[in-house]
Write a protein that binds this ligand. Structure first.
Ligand code: NDP
Length: 332
């Protein structure tokens, strides 16, 4: 039985993760802590969580907590992960792991030294659609993969138009919010690493001091080209993910989303067939795999290493947009 505490009483916790943690037969959501004790109490009451702690330190001092889920703003992930690791808690941390690669490396090293599991909550690789695409790619169903295209332009709802669109110090901006997910999904579906990135950003009505749109191209270690478009201001766009190989193409629509929805079509020689997928709540699957890892079975769906890799790609996109040059993704 994995006994969980939540750090941060925010939207992702409310909409998805509290329920996903509570849904596990081998887990229990015991408590929550917030920078504001009143917010923790209100959240606990809303979700039926037994304990609302007065502080994050109080949660970490509780020996009845085995694992924490960190979903505060991006600037706080590092200090809270280091504190949790020092307290011997396993950690499922939201993406991006940190604001710099050095900080993320320090988190990974601290968790390894403390002997606790660190996972990154990249939800998309838990989607039945993306898993089916990876299976088709790695089994050779579309031949040699040459290119992919990621359509991840969305409209940020009003209740999320806070730190994400106006606080660079908190890790705001579409690249650290969405491109980081693209990076993880591309790595997962193509079973490949991203080696270089070129990107251009824009502010198209929402971002204040941070970019709210980005387009770019990645080149993978195996030489594939990946085009991406991420935005907070695309009110009417579908999301999607395409993979093009020598023997076929995959067209996935409405798949860059939190919901267990979307379709995947395999197109070969002009013939289209819809791929059968068995949808499951992405976050429930993420927590299930994390609980198993804590019990010594397998690894989190997205490991600490995956979190490092996706952050390195996002930081390279930011660097490319700033310098106007192709950015190399450093080895992690
Ligand atoms: P929110 O802005 O809703 O919450 C972020 C943090 O802000 C909360 O954890 C909370 O921390 C604090 N907070 C909440 N309400 C208030 C308030 N009224 N006034 C001041 N502070 C408040 O962001 P999200 O929940 O959307 O995102 C949190 C993290 O999760 C980010 O790292 C983000 O990148 C990630 N995320 C991941 C997703 C995924 O699918 N993997 C999807 C969405 C987000 P505290 O209570 O401690 O103050």
């Amino acid at each position: 039985m994995v006994r969980w505490g939540m750090i941060g009483a925010g939207t992702i916790g409310r909409e998805w993760m509290a329920d996903a943690i509570a849904a596990q037969p081998d887990g229990e959501l015991r408590g929550i802590a917030s920078s504001d004790p009143q917010r923790a109490r209100a959240f606990a009451q809303e979700k039926g969580i037994p304990v609302a702690y007065e502080s994050v330190a109080a949660l970490l001092a509780d020996p009845d907590i085995d694992a924490v889920y960190i979903s505060t703003t991006n600037d706080l992930h590092k200090s809270q992960t280091l504190a949790a690791a020092a307290a011997g808690k396993h950690i499922l941390c939201e993406k991006p792991l940190a604001l710099t690669l050095d900080d993320a490396r320090e988190m990974v090293a601290a968790c390894a030294a403390a002997g606790v599991v660190l996972g990154t909550n990249h939800h998309l690789r838990n989607a039945a659609t993306h898993r089916a695409m990876r299976e088709l790619v790695t089994s050779g169903a579309i031949g040699d993969v040459q290119a992919a295209r990621v359509f991840h332009a969305v409209h940020l709802p009003p209740h999320l138009q806070g730190w994400r669109v106006k606080r660079p110090d908190a890790g705001g901006g579409v690249i650290l919010d969405i491109t980081v997910h693209d990076a993880d999904t591309v790595r997962f579906v193509l079973d490949d690493e991203i080696a270089t990135v070129t990107a251009m950003t824009a502010s198209q009505g929402m971002g204040e001091g941070v970019e709210d749109a980005v387009m770019g191209v990645m080149r993978t270690a195996q030489g594939r080209l990946v085009q991406f478009h991420d935005s907070f201001t695309a009110r009417h766009a579908y999301t999607g993910f395409e993979v093009h190989g020598t023997d076929g193409s995959l067209y996935a629509r409405n798949v860059m989303t939190q919901q267990p929805v979307g379709t995947v079509v395999l197109r070969r020689e002009g013939v289209e067939e819809e791929v059968t997928v068995a949808p499951e709540n992405l976050y429930v699957r993420s927590v299930r795999q994390f609980n198993a890892a804590v019990s010594g079975v397998g690894q989190p769906a997205a490991t600490a290493h995956d979190g490092l890799c996706s952050l390195a790609v996002a930081l390279a996109a930011l660097e490319s947009a700033r310098t106007g040059c192709i950015a190399h993704v450093p080895a992690v």
